[in-house]
Design a protein around this ligand. Structure first.
Ligand code: UDP
Length: 311
């Protein structure tokens, strides 16, 4: 599929801008909607502009798009723990009202709808690794609940539009992803460790550092999302890298790649911080023939190169 007309909410964010770049490169026309509270127009400034339209808009308000639309990617949302703690109401609104509006565009235009969902729908999981048919272990009233429940609502809304209105919906459950264009201060562990290492500061490990995450390089993630968008599968699909590391292991690897001795400063584990996380990607393998290709050390060294130019 190419030469399509695509709407991307949150197109100026980390993932949205990589998606925009890949779609422009394959010949699509892209309309980005973003209010820039966590996205950054600089993420789009280096891309070819001929087939790119950028509209500054909060997608929780009515979306008017002229002309035909083939796909709506709904990627707008604060997505790092400190962002959704800073913007709790916007996070709930963009996952609920924003998803409703984006689905409304898809329905009106007869477009496909791709929802950026999250591994956070599994909460602090009791099943490991997490398959798509696990319903999760989420605290609705904790500080992370604003993000987790907004995304769970968004998934339910997408399925309701599929069942009621026949909208072709796709749900991608995105696990921890990293790469160039992450914000230095978005609080997530990879940009935090990389910027600390580049500045010669100790790495801030929350808790004892034995909690785990599984990190996917951004190009692998975008490949998985585009395969899912082109597939026939309506229900959720995990996209992430199943190689699992403790946060202490990550700190060790980042220090080695940055060529500095490991120095750690421990602080409290955030409330409801999941103790373990690893995607079960059997569904993505079987349905999409997708497999992540970039190992952690390689992706981190590419990310370090990029950050070393901006720190
Ligand atoms: N973390 C850490 N130090 C940091 C930032 C994060 O130890 O400076 C930990 C955090 O507590 C969590 C893991 O790293 O256990 C991943 O956190 P992140 O904010 O990247 O994303 P999450 O997977 O929690 O959404």
């Amino acid at each position: 599929m190419s030469n399509q007309r695509v709407v991307i909410t949150g197109g100026a964010g980390f993932l949205g801008s990589h998606l925009t770049e890949t779609l422009l490169a394959r010949g699509d026309e892209v309309i980005v909607l973003d209010n820039f509270i966590t996205g950054n127009p600089d993420n789009l400034a280096q891309l070819p502009q001929e087939r790119l339209t950028i509209i500054k808009q909060d997608v929780t308000t009515f979306l008017a798009i002229d002309g035909q639309v083939d796909i709506v990617f709904h990627f707008a949302s604060p997505a790092s723990p400190i962002d959704y703690l800073r913007y709790p109401i916007q996070t709930l609104k963009v996952g609920s009202l924003g998803t409703h509006n984006a689905l409304g565009v898809a329905k009106a235009k007869g477009a496909r709808f791709v929802l950026a969902s999250t591994s956070e729908v599994y909460g602090d999981p009791l099943i490991h690794p997490q398959p798509e048919d696990y319903w999760g272990h989420v605290n609705p009233v904790g500080p992370r609940g604003v993000y987790d429940e907004a995304k769970r609502f968004a998934e339910a809304m997408a399925m309701a539009y599929h069942r009621t209105h026949g909208v072709e919906t796709r749900i991608v459950r995105i696990f921890n992803t990293y790469g160039p264009r992450m914000r230095l201060h978005d609080g997530r562990v990879v940009p935090a460790f990389i910027s600390q290492a580049l500045k010669g500061e100790p790495l801030t490990v929350f808790g004892d550092g034995r909690q785990t995450r599984s990190f996917c390089y951004v190009s692998d993630l975008i490949d998985g999302i585009l395969r899912l968008a082109a597939s026939d599968h309506v229900g959720p699909v995990n996209i992430g890298n199943p190689d699992e590391f403790t946060i202490l292991e990550l700190a060790q690897i980042v220090s080695e790649l940055a060529g500095i001795p490991l120095r750690i400063e421990h602080s409290d584990l955030p409330v409801d911080d999941p103790k373990q996380r690893q995607p079960d990607i059997r569904r993505a393998r079987a349905l999409l023939g997708w497999e992540p290709k970039v190992p952690l050390r390689e992706g981190l060294s590419r990310t370090l190169d990029w950050f070393s130019k901006v720190v």
